[in-house]
Design a protein around this ligand. Structure first.
Ligand code: PCA
Length: 178
């Protein structure tokens, strides 16, 4: 397989957490076709665990060598698709992760940048979703739990290695079943 001209997008969704039976972020990713808009999609189901989440996705980045990474995560309290602008270098959990770890006021990367901006066109993404009839908004915080942790870790991995990869993240509301 040469795959020379075909772009690759790594899409990620999370496992259920916090006592839920499903995570809509993975339901979305699972439902996506393997080829979309001329790009080949590679999918990763990410554990809701500090550390392991970053490992799962950065290992997939090194294996797949995508042009773009788009992560999805559940944000129960939100009513629209939230396109995240930024990830900050802090874990401050309200509930333990799926391995029982509870990070409080803990940097994700010691001595790392305070924050990284997502490198996808967030306003164009919101406009495209809105035009398609999907309620969407820009979000200026991805929280301080495993989603922010993952975005920060991925953007740090890309920056530290000077990779030509754009990365973004979308928080999605609960589905009706929840
Ligand atoms: N949402 C959580 C972690 C996993 C998920 O789907 C969050 O917003 O941090």
């Amino acid at each position: 397989m040469s795959g020379k001209s075909s772009r690759k997008v790594l899409v990620t969704g999370f496992m259920p957490f916090g006592g839920e039976a499903i995570n809509p972020s993975w339901e979305i990713v699972k439902a996506l076709p393997d080829v979309m808009g001329g790009a080949r999609l590679a999918k990763v189901k990410v554990p809701v665990e500090f550390g392991k989440a970053i490992e799962a996705v950065t290992q997939a980045i090194d294996r797949v060598k995508p042009d773009m990474v788009i992560g999805f995560g559940q944000a129960g309290g939100r009513s629209r698709m939230s396109v995240e602008r930024i990830a900050i270098n802090i874990d401050d959990a309200r509930i333990p992760d799926n391995a029982g770890a509870m990070h409080i006021d803990q940097p994700i990367v010691d001595g790392g940048a305070a924050a990284y901006f997502c490198s996808v066109p967030i306003k164009a993404m919101v406009a495209a979703m809105t035009k398609a009839g999907v309620p969407a908004e820009i979000s200026n915080t991805a929280g301080t739990y495993v989603c922010n942790h993952l975005i920060y870790g991925v953007l740090h991995h890309i920056a530290a290695r000077h990779l030509a990869i754009r990365a973004g993240f979308i928080h999605v509301p609960y589905v009706e079943a929840q």
